[in-house]
Design a protein around this ligand. Structure first.
Ligand SMILES: NC(=O)c1ccc[n+]([C@@H]2O[C@H](COP(=O)([O-])OP(=O)(O)OC[C@H]3O[C@@H](n4cnc5c(N)ncnc54)[C@H](OP(=O)(O)O)[C@@H]3O)[C@@H](O)[C@H]2O)c1
Length: 329
């Protein structure tokens, strides 16, 4: 029986071409578990894979999609049986292994998790890598001693996937949240999610000052570059910045001064290779913290056929909130 997939082909290092194609199980990679995918999600990295950027995808033809949720169809692993609801985020699936932009996937059992309690395939994919990363970043700040009474926490790239979920989660955990966005109408989107203050991106133009007035107890940075350089100079004594993304740049220009004089820390966040025990702890915190109605307000659904357009949109910073791919559309 055939199934539908968004197949990427590429010749001579040109930009990959995406086409909706019918495949069979014989086309799938050799995993332990076959999953009927019901939902996937759109992350910044999916935009990169769909456009052949960052050398994330090295072999074609390829199926992208770093997240998937679905139902086990067949399993060679004792931990999973036909009918189980499962999710998968990260593990370089969608980059070096065929991912979730297809109605069927064949994956390693070690990469799967049973559907976390409190989530459906759709809401789990709306959380996806973006939400797991946002929760991880908050847990890292809290492990570093940041508490709601320490002062405001800054979130950059705030209308994006990681940013918009981080804003909601921080506010729900009692933090005062300041959000940075380049979008002109960001207030209307971010304040209902719990941001108490929305700052325009241009407040973070480079100024080369090693220290500025101390403003933030902590920060979650999705942007990097000049934005991160400015934030490091503004973090309060003993504060920390969770380093999540590079939507602006990979570069940071800073000095050792805020680290020596204010004892601040940079906390590296990786969602891709973290062990399953940690992932389960992250999903349990997500279930406890997210407000279902508020979260529903940031979710939009698209089909496989919409992905090439949306892959470009996410790279251009033109998406707010979370976009799920509904495989039934
Ligand atoms: N470490 C990890 O494990 C991990 C996991 C997931 C994602 N990430 C990374 O985290 C970042 C955010 O991911 P995402 O899925 O949330 O992407 P996203 O939905 O595209 O959000 C990124 C946001 O950053 C802002 N932005 C975009 N281009 C910018 C620029 N040139 N300068 C300044 N701000 C810019 C935009 O927000 P505003 O318009 O509101 O400013 C945009 O919505 C990406 O770099 C992604 O690769 C890392």
């Amino acid at each position: 029986m055939t199934f539908k997939a968004l197949l990427l082909t590429c010749e001579d290092d040109a930009k990959p071409v995406a086409s909706l194609t019918e495949l069979t199980d014989a086309d799938l990679p050799d995993g332990d578990v076959i999953v009927d995918v019901t939902y996937s999600g759109l992350n910044y990295k999916d935009g990169m894979c769909l456009n052949g950027l960052g050398r994330l995808v090295r072999a074609y033809p390829h199926v992208a999609g770093i997240d998937m949720a679905g139902i086990v169809r067949d399993s060679n692993d004792d931990r999973y049986k036909a009918g189980d609801e499962v999710i998968l985020t990260g593990w370089r699936v969608g980059e070096v292994w065929w991912g979730g932009f297809a109605e069927r996937a064949s994956v390693k059992a070690d990469w799967l998790l049973p559907m976390p309690e409190g989530f459906t395939a759709k809401t789990a994919m709306a959380v996806g890598t973006a939400g797991v990363t946002a929760m991880q970043a908050i847990m890292a700040l809290e492990d570093a001693g940041i508490t709601p009474d320490a002062g405001p926490v800054l979130v950059t790239g705030a209308t994006g996937g990681v940013g918009s979920i981080a804003v909601q989660l921080l506010a729900r955990r009692g933090y005062q949240v300041a959000a940075v966005s380049g979008k002109p109408n960001a207030d209307a989107f971010l304040k209902p999610l719990g941001a108490s203050e929305v700052l325009p991106r241009d407040e973070f133009e480079p100024n080369n000052r090693p220290l500025e007035s101390a403003r933030w107890a902590g920060a979650i940075d999705n942007v990097g570059g000049d934005m991160l350089s400015r934030i490091l100079a503004q973090v309060k004594y003993g504060g920390a910045v969770a380093i999540v993304g590079n939507a602006g740049s990979n570069d940071i220009k800073t000095t050792n001064v805020p680290f020596m004089l204010r004892g601040i820390s940079m906390l590296g966040i990786d969602s891709v290779m973290q062990p399953n025990e940690r992932r389960q702890a992250v999903w349990a915190e997500l279930a406890k913290t997210l407000d279902a109605d508020q979260f529903a307000s940031v979710i939009s659904s698209i089909s496989l056929a919409d992905l090439p357009e949306y892959g470009n949109k996410i790279l251009n910073g033109n998406i707010s909130g979370r976009t799920v791919v509904d495989l039934s559309l």
